[in-house]
Design a protein around this ligand. Structure first.
Ligand code: NAD
Ligand code: IPM
Ligand code: MN
Length: 345
């Protein structure tokens, strides 16, 4: 059966890296007889421009009925002071599709080791996954802005914590069998509940070790001893911050993909970075974050393991050949990097 993939290119470098991801998908699909069709929809700033809303009705409908969704990036300084912002579309699609489990893998590429600001011995053996809760917490509580006062509500139910914990523990069972749950239990009520639920869920996974870490010291450990982590599970805001911090390990945000899952609905795949307005339109963005998001989609939504591995190996090989975009110290354009990856498939 033909799979339908909805593509949301968005803003800034979004369309540039989406084109790259789709070229790679096309090449891999041919080699593996993967039958698919894509439907492009406006989203983010592009949605505001054509439909007055960052998540137009028609885009949401298409996403709901898709087999998977590829999203590049949204956001533009043009909307910095606008009443409706592109980011609202991103939060809305996550909520509407119930994409509560955001999986952000962190791995080091041999060819990029020298680019990490960390000493080589510190990044040796680094291979962990940030499991970020994506549809709750302070992102989705009330935001009240008054002239002289403002308030953001951080809200979690035990069930919301339970389901993300199960995702983390199941993932750990398939990896290094260790979960690090990150919270701010010494201050926040939501974190006290978070820790209690983590303990409760852990009893169902006797083969997995659970450790707790406060978020401030976790941020430090991520830089001083990142090899200690296997599966890191944390709430929405902490996961946002820590996952960008983790991009320092491979040396750039431009190689970081992600997958977001619900219970039974279509999953969404997107780089963890944004629309990079500082380099948009120049053809120099690193497409690897998008290309590896395509690989995650092939594996996790379609069981196309061979296709996913083909992409991952081609990315490794291309980097090893010294074909590097500017963020990783080279001069190669987005288009040339993409072509090199395709020829290495
Ligand atoms: P950003 O992630 O867009 O960029 C941070 C830095 O990383 C920039 O210097 C950028 O050039 C670089 N970078 C990011 N991706 C790159 C790539 N593929 N290749 C090379 N360099 C890359 O973060 P920002 O500048 O703080 O935010 C810009 C806009 O993006 C904002 O509007 C923000 O809200 C939005 N945003 C969107 C998403 C998303 O679509 N999921 C994620 C984060 C930020
Ligand atoms: C991300 C982004 C978004 C988030 C923004 C753009 C709303 O930073 O996907 O990490 O904070 O979740
Ligand atoms: Mn972020």
């Amino acid at each position: 059966m033909t799979k339908t993939i909805v593509t949301l290119a968005g803003d800034g470098i979004g369309p540039e890296i989406m084109a790259a991801g789709l070229e790679v998908l096309e090449a891999v699909a041919k080699k593996n007889n993967f039958d698919y069709t894509t439907v492009a929809k406006p989203f983010g700033g592009a949605g505001i421009d054509v439909a007055g809303h960052p998540l137009p009705e028609d885009t949401l409908e298409a996403a709901k009925t898709a087999d998977a969704i590829l999203l590049a990036a949204i956001g533009s300084p043009k909307y910095d002071n606008a009443p409706v912002r592109p980011e609202q579309g991103l939060l809305a699609i996550r909520k509407e599709l119930n994409l509560f489990a955001n999986i952000r893998p962190v791995k080091i590429f041999d060819a990029l080791k020298h680019l990490s600001p960390l000493k080589p011995e510190r990044i040796e053996g680094v291979d962990f996954v940030v499991v970020r809760e994506l549809t709750g917490g302070i992102y989705f509580g009330e935001h009240i802005l008054e002239d002289e006062k403002a308030r953001d509500i951080n809200d979690y139910s035990a069930d919301e914590i339970r389901r993300i914990m199960h995702k983390a523990f199941k993932l750990a069972q398939m990896r290094g069998k260790k979960v690090t749950s990150i919270d701010k239990q010494n201050v926040l009520a939501t974190s006290k509940l978070w820790r209690n639920v983590a303990e409760e869920v852990a009893t169902e996974y006797p083969d997995v070790t659970l450790e707790h870490q406060l978020v401030d010291s976790a941020a430090m450990i991520m830089i001083t001893n990142p090899a200690r982590f296997d599966v890191v599970v944390t709430e929405n805001l902490f996961g946002d911050i820590l996952s960008d911090e983790s991009s320092v390990l491979p040396g750039t945000l431009g190689v970081m993909p992600s997958a977001s899952h619900s219970e039974g609905g279509p999953s969404l795949y997107e780089p963890i970075h944004g629309s990079a307005p500082d380099i948009a339109g120049q053809g120099i963005a690193n497409p690897i974050s998008m290309i590896l998001s395509v690989a995650m989609m092939l594996r996790e939504s379609f069981g196309e393991i061979a296709g996913a591995e083909m992409i991952e190996n081609a990315v490794d090989k291309t980097l090893n050949q010294g074909i590097l975009t500017r963020d990783i110290g080279g001069q190669t354009s987005t288009a040339d990097m993409t072509a090199a990856i395709i020829s290495n498939l």
